[in-house]
Design a protein around this ligand. Sequence first.
Ligand code: SAM
Length: 249
Amino acid sequence: MTGPSESTGPLWLREEEGRQVAFTAGLGTPPAVYGERVIGRGGRQWRRWDPTRSKLGAAVVKGWDDPLPRVGERWLYLGAATGTTASHVADLVGPSGAVYAVERSLRPFTRLLANAEHYPNLLPILADARTPGRFVGDVPIVDGLYLDIAQPDQLEIALTNAAWFLRDRGALLFAVKTASMGRERSPQHHLQDVVQRLESMFEVRSSLSLEPMHRRHFLVGARRGAPARPRSGALTPRRPVGRPGRRPR
Ligand SMILES: C[S@@+](CC[C@H](N)C(=O)[O-])C[C@H]1O[C@@H](n2cnc3c(N)ncnc32)[C@H](O)[C@@H]1O
């Protein structure tokens, strides 16, 4: 069986029984965070990334590769819960990067704190993502923003936090729960609406349905900055959604 070597990056994909399976190189001691399988290869401990427990994990086994957290980057993670996905993001950015993990509810936060005890670059913050002014002192300008908050105003939360914290050309990974946006419209309609509104601040690069692992969920990937103007003609009308800019004072 082939495996990763010392020089491989922190993400390892391989086929098991005809299915794509993802692993990240665990940074924690011990590496397991949520009871996932861990195997040793090439001098590192590889944690299986369970696609049923993580939206980014589901996207990765479906072929998602851009944008992804990269070694050395700083990410702001909103809706960290107990740290299942946030810990894999911490593996991807490696010891020279950091993940600022915001969670509002005390119960998952308590477990997030315990998990972060053995994760050197996972930094928990107890706060409401709707009020970035309350955690601005704890979070620097970041290279990436991950958002997994199943709330009707998830899009506004993404745009507000991007305006405060995300550098120009920084990445957005947005786990969109369409069921939180009302059931009177189809998931596809909700996705279109989200993409169109994100385009006020982002170049949207990709979107992917996370079925069957996460029902009525999509992952949207984007980079901060104006999308390229269409060459030939009129711009598509866009609804203004706040003014992108520097961190408010
Ligand atoms: C779907 S769960 C996140 C799962 C997690 N991202 C993972 O993959 O491991 C959504 C989390 O967002 C949190 N949340 C909801 N609204 C929030 C807010 N306004 N600010 C911060 N966290 C919030 C919830 O408490 C919950 O833990």
